[in-house]
Design a protein around this ligand. Structure first.
Ligand code: NAG
Ligand code: NAG
Length: 410
């Protein structure tokens, strides 16, 4: 009897001690070792793959040459005398917020010179400011580098890694070897020139035959920064390793559409090769040489490109799927022009710290792909359209044009 009482006392004592230590740890010690548990941040992952909307459209906002410095401490270049005193990088941010708000794109693409390295004391801080409007919108965004991004304190590889880890970013430093939606299975392909070569798939509209297939492919390339050729300074160029990777990606998409129901007849399929769009920063030499046909927009600046022609246009022509290419670099050109069947479109200068023309508003480009309608549901891409908007107070929309229409191909 007595030993049973002792035993119960021991058990109670043990339980009490254990409970006290547990409560002490939970409510006092743990909470003191971590200051604010709610504020722990993981990368906010965008939904991948990208998809057309159920209204049959997919819209991309191209932002070229934001040229960001130190935010509110960095002044605007080439604005009117009357505008100079109250104009900083914050005006660039404000323009981005407004254009995202009015266009509500499905993807935002930054085509390089996102920061102007020489004016950005801390590259990472400037990048947080550059991409903040995209991140706040929760819209997936992709970026490539220009020739000025690495002129601060981060090199090109560091910049791309940083960019790819930011919230809602779908950017990649290296392309992946495998096409799979499971990121754990993807291996980065590091034996390729540059940082920021990758591709994104855009799948069909939900509930359509092509909802599980890529029907619009987006190619991103690193066009580098500077180079010296035969002792002469020039811009860098897209290398053969990049083009060879791209040819492989493009080939993979040829005839790859999968339908749950094999008997389905898709009426609009003259080529089983989905259209593609390419994005990079520095123009290719053919844009300088011409001839360029059907120019829509302004051509007011000499094309600044590399003296080396590495065969980018030839590669695009042989691939067959690239319908339009979107570039930046020359802020005072905002035109689209056709070279041998492929459109080359400038975004036009976006950022206020980048050079421009006073009184000629900063601008941005929008690209919209539209699906054709089958008997019951959306099918593949029927049309690719583009237009621009000005930062003129009312975001004037102008220069709308069709870049590609499946019906005119027959
Ligand atoms: C820059 O932003 C300020 C504050 O919103 C505004 O007053 C000014 O007009 C803007 N300047 C330009 C050139 O857009
Ligand atoms: C797409 O994939 C989903 C999930 O795997 C499946 O339920 C659906 O039937 C597929 N749709 C088509 C059109 O292949």
């Amino acid at each position: 009897m007595e030993s049973a009482t002792k035993w119960i006392h021991s058990l109670l004592f043990f339980t009490f001690t254990f409970a006290s230590l547990y409560l002490l740890d939970t409510f006092i010690i743990s909470s003191r070792l971590s200051t604010d548990y709610q504020n722990i941040k993981l990368k906010k992952k965008p939904q991948l793959p990208l998809h057309f909307r159920s209204d049959g459209t997919f819209k991309i906002l191209q932002v070229a040459d934001m040229h960001y410095g130190n935010g509110m401490l960095t002044r605007c270049r080439d604005v009117l005398e009357s505008e100079f005193n109250c104009c900083t990088d914050l005006n660039t941010t404000q323009f981005l917020r407004k254009i995202i708000e009015i266009e509500k794109p499905d993807l935002i693409v930054f085509t390089g010179d996102n920061i102007f390295g020489r004016s950005a004391t801390d590259a990472a801080e400037s990048m947080f400011e550059v991409f903040a409007p995209a991140i706040d919108s929760g819209i997936p965004w992709a970026a490539v580098l220009g020739n000025h991004d690495q002129e601060s304190i981060m090199n090109r590889e560091e910049l791309m890694s940083f960019i790819s880890l930011m919230d809602y970013s779908v950017s990649q430093t290296f392309p992946s070897t495998k096409v799979t939606s499971d990121p754990a299975e993807q291996q980065p392909m590091t034996d390729i020139d540059g940082f920021g070569n990758y591709n994104l798939e855009v799948w069909g509209a939900p509930g359509s035959y092509l909802s599980n297939s890529s029907i619009l492919n987006l190619y991103f390339l690193d066009s580098g920064d500077r180079a010296i050729v035969d002792g002469v300074r020039t811009y860098n160029w897209i290398r053969e390793s990049q083009l060879s990777w791209l040819r492989g990606v493009s080939k993979r998409f040829q005839g790859q559409w999968k339908f749950a129901d094999q008997s389905v007849e898709i009426p609009l399929l003259p080529v089983m090769h989905p259209p593609a769009l390419a994005f990079f920063h520095i123009p290719i030499p053919e844009i300088r040489q011409g001839p360029i046909k059907d120019i829509v927009g302004t051509y007011r600046e000499y094309v600044a490109c590399s003296s080396v022609n590495s065969g980018v246009l030839k590669t695009f022509i042989s691939m067959g799927d690239v319908k339009a290419v979107f570039i930046g670099h020359d802020h005072n050109n905002d035109y689209c022009g056709n070279i041998k069947g492929i459109w080359f479109c400038y975004g036009g200068g976006f950022g206020y710290h980048g050079y421009g023309v006073a009184g000629w508003p900063r601008r941005a480009r929008v690209i919209q792909a539209e699906l054709g309608k089958g008997k019951e549901a959306w099918i593949d891409v029927e049309k690719i359209r583009t237009w621009k908007r000005l930062d003129d107070g009312v975001l004037t929309k102008f220069d709308e044009q069709v870049l590609w229409d499946i019906h005119t191909l027959r």
